[in-house]
Design a protein around this ligand. Structure first.
Ligand SMILES: C[S@@+](CC[C@H](N)C(=O)[O-])C[C@H]1O[C@@H](n2cnc3c(N)ncnc32)[C@H](O)[C@@H]1O
Length: 211
């Protein structure tokens, strides 16, 4: 997408709430790799998807700044609905918690610091929606764990599934591209789900568990 078209899109969707605009600015000033955060467009989409599905429980793998976490929580309609999010990098904890203090949806969010695989294996509950956005090498392991914790009829959303177009480039064999390819192949062949890849930003896969 050209910069002009991106600006046009951002001017014709719901505006970014002030607290998220501040979070985004602070992410660029204080964190490494600010490109990793979801941002205005994807954040509004995540909120809308939550509004459409009306999940009671949402899980995010890979919190980073907490931008998407807050967007997912914003979409919740049920008073008792909640978002759990898991981040492996404990150096991000203070940043995430500082911005949660200024968030109108902080009471709907529980942050877990640790490895998503370990924490998810220990969590004895199911989720109606799971957003996969952690280590690209481990997407297949996340998928298997997510399916084990997904309620019947639930949804998985996976980010970065086109990986800058590298998934379709036969010359790319790095570990992250291979990880995303293994995930994409497994999901496409899994009879338990239906799926669609949205070619927006870095690729967003929507997966619906059928049983
Ligand atoms: C792409 S960023 C997440 C962006 C965030 N979901 C958003 O949309 O704004 C990926 C994050 O996953 C974290 N991560 C990587 N491996 C992880 C793991 N095994 N468990 C939990 N978090 C992990 C990284 O430290 C990083 O902060």
């Amino acid at each position: 997408m050209t910069q002009e078209l991106e600006e046009y899109v951002l001017n014709h969707i719901d505006p970014e709430p002030d607290h998220l605009r501040r979070l985004d600015r602070d992410t660029h000033v204080r964190l490494l790799y600010p490109r990793m955060r979801s941002g205005h467009l994807q954040g509004r989409l995540l909120k809308m998807l939550v509004r459409m599905v009306k999940p009671h429980s949402v899980l995010e793998l890979g919190t980073y700044s907490g931008y998407a976490t807050q967007c997912l929580a914003e979409g919740l309609t049920d008073d008792s609905a909640h978002v759990h999010t898991i981040e492996i990098d404990d150096e991000l904890e203070d940043f995430i918690r500082h911005h949660l203090k200024h968030s109108p949806v902080a009471h709907r969010i529980t942050l877990h610091i640790g490895d998503a695989v370990d924490i998810l294996a220990r969590l004895d509950c199911t989720f109606d929606m799971i957003y996969i956005d952690a280590n690209k090498r481990d997407y297949l392991a996340y998928y298997d764990l997510a399916m084990a914790h997904l309620a019947p009829g639930g949804y998985i959303i996976a980010d970065n599934t086109l990986w800058d177009g590298k998934v379709a480039d036969p010359a790319c064999h790095d570990a992250q591209t291979m990880g995303i390819r293994r995930f994409n192949d497994r999901v496409a062949a899994d009879p338990r789900v239906e799926c669609v890849i949205l070619p927006m930003r870095d690729g967003l896969t929507l997966i619906h568990r059928l049983d």
